[in-house]
Design a protein around this ligand. Sequence first.
Ligand code: URA
Length: 199
Amino acid sequence: MTEAEKEEKLKAVKDEVLGLAASPLYAERIKNGVFPVIGEGDHSARIMLIGEAPGKNEAATGRPFCGASGRILDELLGSAGIDRKSVYITNIVKDRPPMNRDPLPNEIAIYAPFLDRQIEIIQPEIIATLGRFSMDYIMRRLGLEQELDSISRIHGKVFSAELAYGRVRVVPLYHPAVAVYDRSKIDDLKKDFESLKSL
Ligand code: URA
C-alpha cells in the first residue's frame, strides 16, 4: 500500500468515526463539544500501542495519551529508547466513556472494527496492548484466546499470530494508568517496555 493510499484509508476511518451517530457515546461527545481520538503517529509504524478509551484531556484535544497516563507512557517509551513519533498510538474505544468508566461491551463492539481497519492499514509487526480491555479484544481477534490469562500473569510475554498481511507479535502490557495510582508499578512497566524494545 502506498503512503497516499494509507492516508486515504485512515482519513475514511476518521470521517466515519466523526459521524458515528449510532455510537452510545456520540451524543455525549456532541453535548460536551469534545472530540473522538482516532490515533496518532507513524502510519508505517513497526509498533502499534493500543489503549482503552480517551480520558478527559484526550477528548478535549483529540490526541491519545496526552494526560496523566500519557506522561507515564512518555516516560516508559523514553526509558526504553523508543521515540513516540516512531510508533502509532490508538485506543479500542474512540470516544470518552462518561466519568472515565470502563468501556461497555457494546461500546467495544461498535468501535473495534475501526481498530481492525487501522491495523490492516498500518500493518504493524508488533502490537502492544495497554490494559486488559485491549489485551482481551486483540488476543481473541488474533486467535490467541487459548493463551489469554489475567494480565498479571501474561504482561510482557510475546505471542505470535498471523494476519492477512503477515506475522504479528502481540505483547500485553499493563495500562500506564496503574503507575499513576501506584508509583511502585513503574519498574514492572519499564521492564515490559524493555522487552518491547528488544523485539
Ligand atoms: N487511557 C487510554 O486508555 N487511552 C488514552 O488515550 C488515554 C488514557
